[in-house]
Design a protein around this ligand. Structure first.
Ligand code: PLP
Length: 232
């Protein structure tokens, strides 16, 4: 894809997000972050969008992500990039995540949170964490079960090197009320835990359903294909 079409795609998606915010009821008070999901795409495409003002990028594959983060570290256009890890987390990979990322959106159990907390370097700010929730309650899918959420929150909030920011979901395609139910869960936790001072992020919505997600309270949409094109 040419830089020109990449920038066109990004402009289109940014406008769609802005329009969805205007239409959503929460538009006045909350801002929706566009996370550009750059997995499998080259570092040069990330640099092109960073230069246009795109700040947040999401990566799923650790080795590939670290290579890109390292390459772009010395590029002044990329100095403002905020890196989000959105892939599944194996126990032996937590140190690499803790040392390279600003956010991790896929925390679903305590052992992972505990290791990230221990391994977050002292000279970096606390790692921003979202808990991935299995809102569809399917055995096969990843994410913490809604009834386990309360225990996990109470554990994570005691970890000083982690900053708990909210929830993330990847709903099943056929589950039409997943966004609504997750918004309710998110708001209930906010009310029940006033001590969670940074509880401000609900990450839901991708290329195909971002407008619907924003209408249902998403504060962060994760968009890959609509910006970068199909993954090969
Ligand atoms: C790949 C991926 C996305 C982006 O999906 P698109 O359909 O390409 O927009 C969003 N979230 C997660 C967790 C992903 O793995």
């Amino acid at each position: 894809m040419s830089s020109e079409s990449l920038i066109n795609n990004w402009n289109t998606v940014s406008q769609q997000v802005a329009q969805a915010c205007t239409q959503a009821e929460h538009a006045d008070t909350e801002k929706v972050t566009l996370l550009a999901v750059s997995k499998t795409k080259p570092a040069a495409m990330i640099a092109t969008l960073a230069k246009q003002g795109q700040h947040d990028f999401g990566e799923n594959y650790l080795q590939e992500a670290i290579e890109k983060i390292t390459v772009l570290k010395d590029d002044t256009d990329c100095a403002e990039i905020v890196w989000h890890y959105i892939g599944s987390i194996q126990r032996n990979k937590t140190r690499d995540i803790a040392e390279h990322f600003d956010w991790v959106q896929t925390v679903e159990r305590d052992i992972i949170a505990k290791r990230l907390n221990e391994q977050r370097p002292e000279d970096m700010s606390p790692l921003n964490v979202l808990i991935q929730v299995n809102i569809d309650a399917e055995d096969s899918k990843s994410g913490c079960q809604p009834d386990e959420l309360s225990t996990l929150i109470n554990t994570i909030k005691s970890y000083e090197r982690l900053q708990l920011r909210g929830l993330m979901i990847i709903p099943a395609k056929e589950n039409t009320d997943a966004f609504k139910r997750t918004q309710q869960l998110f708001d209930t936790i906010k009310q029940q835990h006033p001590e969670l001072s940074a509880w401000d992020t609900l990450s839901m919505g991708m290329s195909d359903d971002m407008v619907d997600a924003i209408a249902n309270g998403s504060t962060m949409v994760r968009v890959g294909t609509a910006i970068f094109g199909a993954r090969g």
